[in-house]
Design a protein around this ligand. Structure first.
Ligand code: CAA
Length: 240
């Protein structure tokens, strides 16, 4: 029987590639999105993957949305916490709003996504949790005190969940993408982006599929001993 996978922020960018790769690997996939109805409708039309709209920063909305997905598709056995935003600014210009928006979506959003699913995974003695962190959680980044804090926080989340879930057949792992050709990276000023690409030994931005491949690997039943790890996929830009 096909397992059910939930991908937050799963209709665009890296998330869309993850949703598609999981579907191609035989999962029943639900993809969430926050606001872009048009992109979500197009995504469903081209892939057949159902989309659900809620704000991951809102615990009650996440809980209700997850209940709806489970009523439609069955218990969620693979959860990919991918939804994330940037509000870049040098620290001396960063506003409390920019700090809170990023913390609420990228970090509290990971809690809100996994927490309602976790008890069912424990009961069924199977679960795969994958959190999409970032190279910038590993190395920090100019103008990203808020974002880097959340992405470093992701690593603490999976390392702790791994220890709690291990005996219940649940794994929790993180993937740290480097700079991937998505809207988020394309929004960086061109001059800055060029200087970033110059620091990537691969000589190019990554593709969303480079990350999706790693998710499918971690989600597999026979990846059960890979737990609490961080997979780095950054074209050798930063080596930990
Ligand atoms: N390293 C060092 N200096 C940098 C820099 C960097 N990465 N980025 C910008 N600067 C410098 C600029 O060259 C400029 O210097 P000068 O004043 O000497 O010309 C200065 O910082 C800019 O200062 P400003 O006060 O004018 O900055 P601003 O308020 O206009 O903000 C910015 C501009 C938001 C920092 C913009 O440059 C920017 O977006 N930088 C890129 C940040 C970045 O890399 N974000 C990653 C997004 S992708 C992502 O997050 C996905 C992922 O997981 C990898």
């Amino acid at each position: 029987m096909s397992r059910v996978a939930l991908v937050t922020g799963g209709s665009r960018g890296i998330g869309a590639a993850i949703s598609t790769a999981l579907k191609d690997a035989g999962y029943h996939v639900a993809a969430t999105y926050a606001g872009n109805d048009e992109a979500a409708a197009k995504f469903t039309e081209s892939t057949g993957i159902k989309t659900y709209k809620w704000d991951v920063a809102d615990y009650d909305a996440s809980k209700a949305g997850i209940a709806k997905v489970e009523a439609d598709l069955g218990p969620i056995e693979v959860v990919v916490a991918n939804a994330g935003i940037t509000r870049d600014a040098p620290f001396h210009k960063m506003t409390p709003d920019q700090w809170h928006e990023v913390i609420n979506t990228n970090l509290t959003g990971v809690f809100n996504t996994i927490h309602p699913i976790w008890p069912g995974m424990r009961e069924r003695k199977f679960g795969r949790v994958v959190v999409i962190s970032s190279i910038n959680g590993q190395k920090g980044q100019f103008a990203q005190v808020n974002y880097a804090a959340t992405k470093a926080g992701d690593l603490g989340i999976v390392k702790s969940l791994a220890q709690e879930g291990a005996r219940a057949g649940i794994t929790a792992n993180a993937i740290c993408p480097g700079y991937i050709a998505t809207d988020m990276v394309m929004a960086v000023p061109e001059k800055v982006r060029e200087s970033i690409i110059a620091q990537i030994p691969a000589g190019r931005l990554g593709e969303p599929e480079d990350i999706a491949r790693a998710v499918v690997f971690l989600a597999a039943d026979d990846s059960s001993f890979i737990n609490g790890s961080t997979i780095t996929a950054n074209g050798a830009q930063y080596l930990t």
